[in-house]
Design a protein around this ligand. Structure first.
Ligand code: PHE
Length: 346
């Protein structure tokens, strides 16, 4: 029996050594160590041996088993390593491979203007507020002191979705929403889409973009408004830029002004290269926004005491400012989103 065991061990070692695949190796394991395996058969034969021989033979069989197991696991990890190497090789990614250029998008010029303007005001401590595009007549008109016989409230001018529900025609509605939530003092801006019943042409669109500004605190005057807008104009149109206020009218501000910036193209001269400047159309000034001191009635409408607080508000057209900055003369191109146009704003 001792001989049988030795013979089995040396044959098994040779077979394991010669095994050329993991499948073959597994078959060998079953044939040697499995329930019906050769070594198992030897072990079963132990009981027929005389008592004196049994311990030595038993030990030999167990040693053989350990050696076979070791050889098997050694060979097994060899096959596993080989398989892994092969996988790594076959699944290798070639980072140097040439692929065709994919088009990369760019920020839309209006969004870019909005981001830049927001950054400017945020740097001065303004809060950026959002407000709904679908509004009630109350927020879009009434609370802003726009009387019911005001022309803006005609169906021809404003999109009515239902009785008393409109698509906001100005971001000024956001002034009311904001003041209902936050008590003064505060500085806020609110950019967004607005809608008016206009036919599309070079200077009109039924949907466009505004940016509202509102500051309420004690002792706010036209000087504060002028100071901030002057900084704004210099930041966007150049450090030489001047601003001027022209008297105007808005129901929600009193007094009201329209604000012009001196033309960055002709330096305010109205002439560029001997011809009338195309940016300011020869006037030397570019209208940039409407503004004023918040009407006392508007403050009252949101429960702010106008004897304690005052404020200024302004509203600018983001599309207009974008067009001025980029020399775009037709509003339609900024909304059509023709890739050939958008590509220029990388
Ligand atoms: N809401 C005004 C408009 O759409 C602009 C504006 C805003 C004027 C705030 C004054 C103050 O024309």
């Amino acid at each position: 029996m001792m001989n049988l065991c030795e013979e089995l061990l040396s044959r098994a070692t040779a077979q394991i050594d010669a095994a050329d695949s993991a499948v073959r190796l597994e078959a060998l394991r079953v044939a040697l160590l499995g329930k019906q395996g050769e070594l198992t058969a030897l072990l079963k034969g132990l009981k027929d041996l005389p008592d004196a021989e049994r311990p030595a033979v038993g030990k030999a069989i167990n040693d053989a088993r350990t050696q076979i197991e070791n050889a098997l696991s050694h060979k097994k990890s060899y096959f596993e390593d080989a398989a892994l190497r092969e996988r790594l090789q076959s699944e290798r990614v070639d980072f140097t491979i040439d692929i065709p250029d994919r088009p990369i998008g760019s920020i839309h010029p209006i969004n870019h203007t909005r981001q830049r303007i927001c950054d400017f005001f945020v740097s001065m401590g303004f809060f950026v507020a959002d407000s709904p595009e679908i509004e009630t007549e109350f927020y879009n008109f009434e609370a802003l002191n726009i009387p019911s016989d005001h022309p803006a409230r005609e169906v021809q001018d404003t999109f009515f979705l239902a009785d008393g529900i409109v698509l906001r025609s100005q971001t000024s509605s956001g002034q009311i929403r904001f003041m209902e939530k936050y008590p003064p003092p505060f500085k806020m801006i609110s950019p967004g889409r607005v809608y008016r019943c206009d036919d599309v042409d070079a200077t009109h669109s039924p949907m466009f973009h505004q940016l509202e500004g509102l500051v309420v605190d004690k002792n706010i005057t036209m000087c504060d408004l002028k100071g901030i807008l002057e900084l704004f104009a210099k930041h966007f149109f150049g450090s030489q830029t001047k601003t001027r206020f022209r008297p105007s009218f808005f129901p929600f501000t009193e007094p009201s002004v329209e604000v012009d910036a001196s033309c960055f193209n002709c330096g305010g001269k109205g002439q560029a290269g001997g011809v009338p400047c195309r940016v300011c159309k020869g006037t030397g000034w570019i209208e940039i926004l409407g503004a004023g001191l918040v009407n006392r009635r508007v403050l009252q409408n949101v429960g702010v005491n106008p004897d304690v607080y005052s404020g200024f508000a302004f509203g600018m057209g983001l599309d207009r400012i974008t067009n001025i900055l980029h020399g775009i003369t037709d509003l339609r191109v900024v909304f059509e989103n023709d890739v050939r146009f958008l590509k220029q704003f990388r």
